[in-house]
Design a protein around this ligand. Sequence first.
Ligand SMILES: [Zn+2]
Length: 276
Amino acid sequence: MNPYDDFLPPLFVGSVVFLTGLIVGSFLNVCIYRLPRERSVVFPPSACPNCDHPLSWFDNIPVVSWLWLRGRCRYCSAPISSLYPLVEMITGIFFFAVWWQNPDIRVFPFFFLVTAGLIVATFIDFFHYIIPDEITLGGVAVGLIVAFCFPEVIRAETHLSGLLRSVAGIVLGGGGLFLVAIAGTALFKKEAMGMGDVKLLAAVGAFLGPAAPLFALVVGSVVGSIVGLILLLFRKARRDTAIPFGPYLALGAYLYMLCGPAIIQAYLAYTLSSTP
Ligand SMILES: [Zn+2]
């Protein structure tokens, strides 16, 4: 199913995938900076946030420019956040892992799209405690279209079943978690899970099907609890510190693309076989 396998060595394809991730990561930095500020992600071109000097192409080479300039603006010497090369590296590595686990060329380009959305959602939620509707509701719309046009992405055989799986993902995922959010708010008298989280999981369901939001919720809760405990132990956080849940859900959704169906299958096989 991989036409490139016959004539391109995997090392070459892997390098192209990684470099693509670095370049996409550079654009994700723009989205992370501008989306919460309600600014266009395409215009104007990148400029230094301190001196507004427009950046030329050689200031914009992912990771390399930042290292070359030792993390400072070429024009005003203001420090440039290490977040920029970090996001680029994460995108490169995450793209590579997605391709490694899903080498089917009909699938991995769309998983790149989901990965990009999850990375943007993660960093915006981390800094601003919101997940923009452009990512979540936009993701629901695009996910529906992709599931219908390219049903392999959502592990469906036909266009119609792809669309139905996507709708099931939105309804069972997003809708079910909407109920969890309401119940959590009623139980704990405060918002346990924000509507941004619910919409994010609806988008995950739209792209990846009904099992993915549940997988993301379970994995996200486990990882989130472990991190929360560690922070408590080191007294970095108080019990009531607001920690955004979105990044953990995004991590869970990302792990679903790497190994979710295999883990769920192994879990079902184990539980069903041990039933008396
Ligand atoms: Zn500057």
